[in-house]
Design a protein around this ligand. Structure first.
Ligand SMILES: [Zn+2]
Length: 96
């Protein structure tokens, strides 16, 4: 079998990497996963664009959050927490 031109993406498929990208931006990934993520992104234009998009979104949110009143910040934090919990819950149900 001939090898693909250029760098092959890391083992994990794009879908998994997209999930990881958020954790990568959060710096909540362990070193090994972060390396695999960075390696994949380096060889995958789609994931690179996704990472850049998410980073811009986060930057914009961070800027807004600094300017926002504490009550709004608390609401956004609660929303993000609920989203993360829902995702973890759905993963727990589909996994294994
Ligand atoms: Zn990819």
């Amino acid at each position: 079998m001939s090898s693909l031109p250029g760098r092959a993406p890391a083992n994990a498929p794009c879908g998994v990497l997209r999930e990881r990208v958020l954790e990568l931006l959060d710096r909540s990934l362990d070193t090994g996963s972060a390396m695999a993520c960075v390696e994949h992104v380096a060889g995958c234009a789609a994931c690179r664009a996704d990472l850049a998009h998410n980073r811009r979104l986060r930057d914009a949110l961070a800027r807004q959050a600094r300017a926002a009143p504490a009550s709004l910040r608390a609401r956004v934090a609660a929303m993000l927490g609920a989203h993360a919990r829902a995702r973890a819950d759905s993963l727990a149900h589909t996994g294994g």
